[in-house]
Design a protein around this ligand. Structure first.
Ligand code: AMP
Ligand code: MG
Length: 416
């Protein structure tokens, strides 16, 4: 049984990220949430030219040296809205009315904000002396043309899209979405498709919930889920499904059948397909029976056999599959789950032998993060009280309890 950190490292080492062959070019408007595949540079300085950061007056600072003693009056020779080319060069004693973002006229070096002036016809009186260069945004102050603007390997979001638009990159190269094949194993399982034609469960049957939960997590991770159904506990069918998955998938997820029961065939099938099994169990609770294998020629894919218990399947995904997906997707960094610390509202107890996860909700109470344990049974078979989970509290190996009100490590699995 591997330690969780060992398993995490092993898994990340097994991941082969998407490469330059796995990219697509998208219009910038369609690139939100995607991973940038090529660095972005711009052809123009930002700002493109000296401009005003305020509504006010463009002036020559030298004209206002006397201003501290008494107000100075200047002649307003021009009005420059944003988007217009200044027509005049400021001479001594002159000012130009200017608006935020407008180009500085030649000769001007300082902006006096409107609030510090009094206007009278074509004259403006400056009431307080500005600092030299005040409220001037200088050409290239924010970005120098030709230098690196954004590196490859970052996930694009609104601010990045604004930045890329600013340098007129209409299209961006991003990695394609990783393809993740998902199937469930178990004779007892009935899929939603099957229920659509016959909504009666036979005695002993249950609904395959893992497949849909995993598909949602895969999509949330920016990958493309490929649903391959619920497969009976029959080695031949599991093998066929794996072969089908290998045709397209970068990563394969199955749930169920990885324990040591008589009907757990996954390991046998992996061996028949010459997959290299690297992990069989990890010291986490829930989620101990985790199988990780690497397929090689002719099709390469990383395989995760998750436990069938719904809670175990999801915890294993959050703890081990998500980091792999993040690396696979072309992200350059930040693969591992992030833990934050917060106060637990209830006492948490574990046996100390495995890294133990508790599901519930992280909420802000009086500005502090608090973990509230889900009510009801904390059994890995209970998926009902998993609803609305946004966080997992974690007790590391060796720790048997945390009292209510104490700090606990919290893994956020949804944005708060
Ligand atoms: P297994 O890992 O196959 O031994 O399954 C462990 C438990 O999880 C059993 O009670 C299964 O019925 C249940 N289970 C397995 N797969 C699923 C699934 N896809 N959806 C819901 N429950 C499942
Ligand atoms: Mg089973």
């Amino acid at each position: 049984m591997l330690l969780p950190q060992q398993a995490e490292k092993l898994i990340l080492d097994l991941v082969e990220p998407l490469t330059a062959q796995d990219t697509e070019t998208l219009p910038l408007q369609a690139a939100n949430g995607r991973i940038l595949a090529d660095p972005v540079t711009g052809r123009l300085d930002i700002p493109h030219w000296d401009n005003s950061a305020m509504d006010g007056y463009a002036v020559r600072h030298a004209d206002l040296l006397a201003c501290d003693a008494q107000p100075v009056t200047l002649e307003v020779v021009e009005e420059i809205p944003a988007g217009y080319l200044p027509q005049k060069t400021l001479q001594p004693g002159q000012a130009a009315r200017i608006f935020t973002g407008a180009m500085l006229p030649p000769g001007a070096d300082t902006i006096v904000m409107q609030e510090e002036t009094r206007r009278d016809g074509n004259q403006v009186t400056v009431l307080a002396s500005p600092k030299p260069q005040a409220f001037v945004q200088h050409q290239a102050e924010f970005y120098r043309a030709g230098t690196l603007l954004l590196p490859a390997g970052i996930e694009l979001s609104a601010p990045d899209i604004a930045v890329i638009a600013t340098v007129q990159a209409l299209q961006v190269a991003v990695y394609r979405r990783p393809r993740v094949a998902i199937f469930s194993t178990g004779d007892e399982l009935v899929t939603l498709d099957q229920l659509a034609t016959n909504s009666l469960l036979q005695p002993g049957q249950i609904v395959d919930s893992n497949q849909y939960a995993l598909a949602a997590l895969v999509a949330d991770a920016g990958a493309e889920p490929i649903l391959l159904g619920a497969i009976p506990d029959q080695p031949q069918q599991i093998k066929q499904t794996l072969l089908q998955a290998l045709q397209t998938a970068d990563l394969i997820l199955s749930s169920g059948g990885v324990s040591v029961g008589d009907y757990d065939y996954v390991e046998q099938v992996l061996a028949e397909l010459a997959a290299d099994i690297q992990i069989r169990s990890v010291a986490v609770k829930p989620g101990k029976p985790l199988t990780v294998a690497r397929f090689s020629s002719p099709h390469r894919a990383l395989y995760f056999g998750l436990p069938g218990n719904p809670v175990s399947a999801l915890v294993s995904f959050w703890r081990f599959v998500q980091p792999a997906l993040r690396k696979l997707s072309g992200r350059a960094a930040d693969w591992q789950p992030s833990f934050v610390s917060g106060y637990t509202a209830q006492r948490l107890r574990a046996d100390g032998k495995r890294e133990t996860y508790f599901w519930g909700q992280a909420v802000f109470v009086n500005g502090q993060l608090q973990f509230q344990l889900a009510g009801g049974s904390h059994s890995s078979g209970n998926l009902i009280n998993l609803a609305q989970t946004n966080a997992l509290a974690m007790l590391p190996i060796g720790q048997t309890q945390i009292a209510a009100g104490e700090l606990v490590q919290i893994m956020l699995v949804r944005t708060l």
